[in-house]
Design a protein around this ligand. Structure first.
Ligand code: FPP
Length: 247
């Protein structure tokens, strides 16, 4: 029996989010510079997106560049931005062919102008596709997002558009950059690090977490299948007890 056949298609996670980590270490192990790892990370992105779409996953969110990543050496930041534009240009046809819609979350205005423009163009061009949404988290951090959302709501209260009593979890969610995206049921992190690193802190309140030692450039379809099979073995109780879930 192949690994893929062990997946129960009826209980697939609707949304999988991934912290793609370990590109630098992957390159270092091969005596290469970090960018080599990022470039090879693109293969893993393609494989994972393909596997997710084939299975019927509806949302795949990838942590591609964090707010904190701006602090990396300038040449690495530039190379990552270049890789982003290059990858979008190269893969846009794959997105069309596979009916995949591109979305992005984060402080997108802080991206270099050409990266921002390319990104927006690809988002517009793929906006009608509905098999799966691939969400790139770019210049994203959860604390930035939560503070940003608080400011938006505070402005609306100030201008009497909403009252303080209207603020609840649903309203707050509706002003996050993920407002059109359901919360992930499964969060995967590669490279053997057991951290969340400021990613989707609000949205992962009830997500299942899966960690693997694989470095991101080595991540393949089978690794995604393993994560999903592991997820499907778990019991999600949302604060209730087992008997309430299984009645
Ligand atoms: C983390 O590895 C990875 C990143 C910060 C960038 C991820 C980017 C890609 C996979 C390529 C581009 C992706 C798209 C969607 C176009 P790290 O550099 O922190 O590795 P380390 O922990 O081993 O140093």
């Amino acid at each position: 029996m192949e690994l893929k056949d062990k997946i129960d298609i009826k209980t697939l996670p609707n949304h999988i989010a991934i912290i793609m980590d370990g590109n630098g270490r992957w390159a270092k192990k091969r005596g290469k510079i970090r960018i080599f790892g990022h470039k090879n990370g693109v293969t893993a992105v393609r494989e994972t997106a393909e596997a997710a779409a084939e299975l019927g996953i509806k949302y795949l969110t990838l942590y591609a560049f964090s707010t904190e990543n701006w602090n990396r050496p300038k040449y690495e930041v530039n190379a990552l931005m270049h890789l982003l534009v290059q990858t979008i240009n190269k893969e846009i046809k794959t997105l069309h062919d596979n009916n995949i819609r591109l979305l992005a979350i984060g402080n997108l205005k802080s991206l270099p102008k050409n990266s921002y423009n390319e990104l927006m163009e690809a988002i517009n061009e793929t906006s009608r596709h509905d098999r799966m949404a691939m969400v790139l988290a770019l210049s994203y951090s959860s604390r930035w997002e939560i503070v940003n959302t608080t400011k938006i709501i505070a402005e609306k209260v100030k201008s009497n558009n909403i009252s303080i009593d209207d603020i609840d979890q649903n309203m707050f969610s509706s002003f996050l950059t993920t407002s059109s995206i359901p919360d992930p049921e499964l969060l995967i992190r590669t490279s053997g690090e057991y951290r969340i690193s400021n990613f989707l802190l609000w949205q992962i309140a009830y997500s299942e977490l899966y960690f693997t030692d694989k470095l991101w450039p080595d991540f393949r379809k089978e690794d995604l299948y393993e994560a999903i099979i592991d997820y499907q073995r778990r019991e999600r109780r949302f604060g209730m007890i087992s008997e309430q879930i299984n009645k």
